[in-house]
Write a protein that binds this ligand. Structure first.
Ligand SMILES: NC(=O)c1ccc[n+]([C@@H]2O[C@H](COP(=O)([O-])OP(=O)(O)OC[C@H]3O[C@@H](n4cnc5c(N)ncnc54)[C@H](O)[C@@H]3O)[C@@H](O)[C@H]2O)c1
Ligand SMILES: O=C(O)C[C@H](O)C(=O)O
Length: 312
């Protein structure tokens, strides 16, 4: 009898989608279905088969298939959406809104048809507004439609801090609030190295520079790559969310979620600290903010709202 495993479908088999599929399988979190458009069906099948053929070498048990047929995604536990266009040098994430909003609508229709009980995790940019678009198109409760940005933004911050203080990345913790744009809000007051407040270890001048680099972290990679955007760290971030949900870990992780009064905002999808577990979004964590932090968050919210209005 075939082993019954959990099922994760990844929509979009490009850089982020393919890398996420491989990471989810390598961690043996679930069987993976990788989906792309019919014109790319053979390439998608080829990528999936190539990944599967790595499994005996690396010793992981997971099925991976590539397809353009949503029937193959039926009854997924989680569907990750990476479908859509990525920005190129000189573009902002918001420039992608018109094209990607249409794609969100069409892929969400298929997801709802074949996996009505799935938890959807959105990566496609501009991700706050795209998560909102998927929420609207799906009719799912907000607990089952979340987006990824904060794990990635925090990972960038933790990487730069670890380099600065020459300590293990494992011991650096941080919080990044707000939209996934250049005015995101890294919260230094809530950031530590092994429990020691960062403000006592790093000068204000260097912290400011690291915050600025974190805010522009996506653009730094876009400019280096020249023809696409980051995918290893984004895929690792998605895999961490998938793991927290499938294993019902109740991890404290940042996620893009619908705020209904939290932090003083209503009806907006925004990155905040959450508890992720078997139900998807289990809880939103509200942090006390200083006036300065709240003003920075207000600015980020204004930017997100403008893009959400375009989706409406
Ligand atoms: N939120 C984040 O932190 C974050 C991080 C990295 C990338 N992104 C975003 O993720 C998206 C994907 O990035 P990428 O690097 O994988 O791009 P990519 O171009 O490598 O892959 C996108 C894939 O989506 C496919 N696609 C397009 N329309 C589709 C549809 N209707 N159905 C199924 N598949 C479809 C394309 O054929 C392509 O293979 C971009 O919008 C990018 O900006 C977000
Ligand atoms: O920067 C991008 O366009 C991709 C992604 O949002 C990132 O932060 O790497």
């Amino acid at each position: 009898m075939a082993i019954q495993r959990r099922k994760v479908s990844v929509i979009g088999a490009g850089f982020t989608g393919a890398t996420t599929a491989l990471m989810v399988a390598q961690k043996e979190l679930a069987d993976v279905v990788l989906v792309d458009i019919p014109e790319l069906e053979n390439q998608t099948k080829g990528k999936a088969l190539d990944m599967l053929e790595a499994s005996p070498v690396q010793g992981f048990d997971a099925q991976i298939i590539g397809t353009a047929d949503y029937k193959d995604t039926a009854d997924s536990d989680i569907v990750v959406i990476t479908a859509g266009i990525a920005r190129k040098p000189g573009m902002s994430r918001d420039d992608l809104v018109a094209t990607n909003a249409k794609i969100m609508k069409s892929v969400t229709k298929e997801i709802v048809t074949y996996s009505p009980n799935a938890i959807i995790v959105v990566l496609t940019n501009p991700v706050d507004a795209m998560t909102y678009a998927v929420y609207q198109a799906s009719g799912f409760p907000k607990e089952r439609v979340i987006g990824q940005s904060g794990i990635l933004d925090t990972a960038r911050f933790r990487t730069f801090i670890a380099q600065e203080v020459n300590l293990s990345v494992k011991d650096i913790t941080g919080f990044v609030l707000g939209g996934h744009g250049d005015d995101m809000v890294p919260l230094i007051r809530y950031s530590y190295a092994g429990g020691v407040p960062l403000e006592t270890l790093v000068s204000k001048e260097r912290l400011d520079a690291i915050v600025e680099r974190t805010r522009k972290g996506g653009g730094e990679i876009v400019n280096l790559l020249g023809n696409g955007s980051a995918y290893y760290a984004p895929a690792a971030s998605l895999a961490e969310m998938v793991e927290a949900i499938l294993k019902d870990q109740r991890r404290v992780l940042p996620a893009i979620t619908l705020l209904e009064g939290e932090y003083g905002y209503d009806g907006i999808y925004l990155g905040v600290p959450t508890v992720l577990g078997g139900a998807g979004l289990e809880k939103i964590i509200e942090l006390d903010l200083t006036d300065e932090e709240k003003a920075a968050l207000d600015k980020s919210v204004e930017s997100v709202k403008k893009v959400m209005d375009l989706v409406d």
